[in-house]
Design a protein around this ligand. Structure first.
Ligand code: NAP
Length: 329
């Protein structure tokens, strides 16, 4: 099968399209013919050599989400048939024509979604749902702050937050992205400068002085300390990414005084059982929204698998908004 193979660690030039052996499904697994995937920061980090594949995933093929058709079933798998349209997250290996995944992590694709759209959904919407609901405990009537609001995950957070009855405030460094996020459920937002100037005051004004009950931080670095200034008493800060930095200096007394929770989360390395739970939560609360158009993927660009190097360069440039889709077959 054709796959985008990491021939070494480094820049996008280490990616090569190669013929490799098609995987076979073990007991409990399903072989899926991949139609589309998408590109994620995890793929960029893995390529750079700083984020190795989790155990069980191919060490040299990225791609942590896919949409495709069930091709064959491993021993003991029930409930799926060849030809079923499915999407899921996985530990890697989806930038290839075929991938094997545990059957319990699969979700049926709603009829209304074409392959390009379906491939843009699992990672962003499962991450957003898990961060808002499972990690953040979001309730109707609360306020959410999300940093990098026009990213793939950010636009999903804005839409789901809105759909769950919360008001969403977003940040970005790019003015045009703020306008885009307003079309995806964000009520208000702010273009950030290097000092994150004005952020606390704007969020306090947005929340009538209370602060945000839930903060979804996709960036880390200096945003973490800022979060403690804008969170409500007993606010929940969920750290999902650290592309703005992994070191932070902050006044811990803010956590004490406001009784804040600061929680980190990651999906890629979770166990099969945990990923199955994420898939069920997504199925119950997000798939209905995707089916009738209350939530949708924003596709920034579509690349063929053969152009995987170009796709990596595009995401790395921070120019994209929403999702970058990879057409595989
Ligand atoms: N924990 C998990 O399981 C999980 C799952 C998925 C994603 N993530 C993480 O979530 C984050 C978002 O992922 P994504 O796929 O949605 O990202 P994305 O679509 O690639 O967008 C990221 C955006 O972040 C902004 N940005 C980049 N570097 C920045 C910096 N130094 N300071 C401020 N803003 C910066 C840029 O937009 P601007 O124009 O606004 O600068 C960039 O376009 C990443 O950190 C990713 O690793 C984690």
């Amino acid at each position: 099968m054709r796959a985008a193979v990491l021939t070494a660690s480094g820049g996008p030039e280490v990616l090569a399209i190669r013929d490799v052996a098609r995987p076979t499904p073990a007991a409990g697994e399903v072989l899926v013919r991949v139609r589309t995937s998408a590109l994620n920061r995890a793929d960029l980090l893995q390529r750079a050599g700083v984020y190795p594949a989790p155990p069980g995933a191919p060490p040299d093929i990225g791609g942590i989400e896919f949409a495709g058709e069930v091709a064959s079933l491993g021993a003991g798998v029930r409930g799926w048939s060849p030809g079923d349209r499915v999407f899921a997250i996985c530990g890697g290996g989806a930038h290839a024509e075929w991938v094997t995944v545990p059957a319990v992590t699969l979700v049926r694709i709603p009829e209304a979604l074409d392959w390009d759209t379906a491939g843009a959904i699992p990672e962003a919407f499962m991450t957003a749902h898990d961060a808002l609901r499972t990690q953040g405990g979001l309730q109707q009537g609360e306020s959410v702050v999300v940093h990098a609001v026009a990213s793939g995950v950010g636009l999903a957070v804005a839409q789901l937050g809105h759909a769950f009855g919360a008001r969403v405030f977003g940040t970005t460094r790019t003015p045009a992205k703020l306008e885009l996020a307003r079309q995806y459920g964000m009520s208000d937002g702010l273009v950030m400068d290097r000092e994150l100037g004005g952020l606390r005051d704007r969020v306090l004004a947005f929340t009538s002085g209370r602060g945000a009950e839930v903060v979804i931080d996709l960036l880390g670095g200096p945003y973490v300390a800022a979060n403690t200034e804008l969170a409500a008493v007993r606010g929940r800060i969920v750290l999902v990414g650290a592309i703005a930095g992994s070191q932070v200096t902050m006044d811990l007394r803010r956590l004490l005084a406001r009784r804040l929770t600061l929680r980190g989360t990651v999906l890629r390395s979770r166990s099969t059982q945990e990923k199955a739970e994420v898939a069920r939560g997504f199925e119950q609360e997000v798939v209905p929204l995707l089916s009738d158009g209350r939530a949708r993927a924003h596709i920034d660009r579509i690349f063929d698998l053969a152009d995987i190097q170009e796709a990596h360069r595009w995401v790395e440039s921070n120019s994209s908004a929403g999702k970058v889709v990879i057409r595989v077959s």
